[in-house]
Ligand binder design. Structure first.
Ligand code: AMP
Length: 389
């Protein structure tokens, strides 16, 4: 099945925008989701981030918006502020030529400023659940014209404890509308939401197509716990790292590792990001990272989901996460769409048991940089030499 964007019968201004964005042909999720969304079907789409799923939804949404109606016609709910801003930007890019106005509302910023922006006419509203519910409660937002409701990264929102909030939001739209739900996994709660609030949704499962994008090289470095900072600094100094994220478990660890990298390496532009920072600082850092002013960003899982940093060459995992899903989300920050990327995890002896489920998910043997751990000695596919350093 190889379709073109032209074959969907899209508005010419949207086709022009897609071309300007450099998209030459639709990705797999776009080929499958765009026609269904254009037909008005409800949809549950399981897809990895990095597969082009934002545009798979934003393209048909922008096609359907009627710009002469200055009302919120599409409502997109996402888990984090960073994702909200990113999503609104993508919609803005796709819909600009058509005259579509997209806007993001999220906590941590002046509610009155956001409200005055809303009064100037917004067609596509992207929101985090908390701020959206505040506006619904205070009756400062009119959702009566919403024709398309999108829940993006639904599993992450549910994982953050937003089940009741999502139910509430879905329950607020009492008029007929289309609901589109995007998720990277299928917890039981998603099935429950779909059964209760969706009309015979079509299901697309693209997870089988790419468990982890094939253009990502997964590598592991076995090292003693006390040498972790040193090893990380050495990797950053010796590898050709265009831009990297270093994932740590906790806020405390993030700040400690960031300090150590500033001291131990000559890398220009090291900074950190975690949810404990003020919202304006978080956006400033995300912006600086996107523009390339920060080369290495040390962060918690606050940036592990959905965010698209297109020039990221490396992901470093300072400490292995307990669940493989989390590993996949972290590693999915690199190798976006058709780009390649390298993920290097530092593994201590205590963390070796966590490796097995991750490798099972990746369906591959570990590639060890340097000396493999004692247990891996017998494995024939392990590569013993540290390459390219
Ligand atoms: P997403 O999965 O939505 O986070 O998208 C990942 C990246 O793929 C983003 O940088 C998109 O701009 C890019 N992208 C989406 N669709 C296409 C396409 N058809 N051709 C090329 N790049 C695309």
């Amino acid at each position: 099945m190889s379709q073109t964007f032209e074959s969907f019968g899209l508005d010419p201004s949207i086709l022009e925008a897609i071309q300007n964005m450099g998209f030459t042909s639709p990705s797999s999720i776009q080929q499958q989701a765009i026609p269904l969304i254009l037909q008005g079907c409800d949809l549950v789409a399981l897809s990895q981030t990095g597969s082009g799923k934002t545009a798979a939804c934003a393209i048909p949404v922008c096609h359907r918006v009627q710009i002469q109606r200055p009302a919120i016609q599409a409502l997109v709910v996402v888990p984090t502020r960073e994702l909200a801003l990113q999503y609104a930007q993508e919609v803005q890019k796709i819909g600009r030529k058509k005259g579509i106005k997209a806007f993001a509302i999220c906590g941590g910023e002046s509610a009155s400023l956001q409200l005055s922006k809303l009064r100037h006419g917004v067609h596509v509203l992207v929101a985090t659940p908390g701020r959206l519910i505040d506006f619904i409660y205070s009756r400062s937002i009119d959702l009566s014209q919403v024709e398309i409701l999108v829940l993006d990264e639904a599993d992450q929102m549910l994982g953050m404890g937003f089940y009741e909030d999502l139910e509430f939001i879905m329950g607020c739209l009492i008029h007929p509308h289309q609901t589109l739900l995007f998720s990277a996994t299928m917890p039981e709660t998603i099935g429950r939401l779909a059964t209760k609030h969706m009309r015979q949704p079509q299901e697309l499962n693209l997870l089988k197509e790419s468990r982890s994008p094939g253009n990502i090289s997964h590598q592991f470095l076995y090292c003693p716990q006390h040498l972790r900072d040193q090893e990380l600094a050495q990797l950053l100094q010796t590898l050709e790292v265009k831009q990297a994220i270093v994932f740590c478990h906790s806020r405390f660890q993030v700040e400690k590792v960031c300090q150590s990298l500033k001291k131990e390496t000559s890398v220009q532009g090291v900074d950190f990001l975690h949810a404990g920072l003020q919202q304006n600082v978080r956006s400033m850092i995300t912006k600086k990272f996107r523009s390339g002013k920060i080369q290495v960003l040390v962060a918690t899982d606050v940036v592990a989901r959905g965010l698209d940093f297109s020039s990221l060459s490396h992901v470093f995992i300072y400490q292995l996460p307990r669940d493989p899903e989390s590993y996949l989300h972290r590693s999915g920050r690199t190798g976006r769409y058709d780009k390649s990327g390298v993920v290097i995890s530092l593994v201590t002896e205590r963390e070796l048991p966590l490796l097995k489920p991750i490798l099972h998910h990746l369906q591959q043997e570990p590639t060890w940089l340097g000396t493999p751990p004692p247990l891996a000695h017998n494995k024939p596919k392990a590569k013993p030499k540290r390459p390219h350093i």
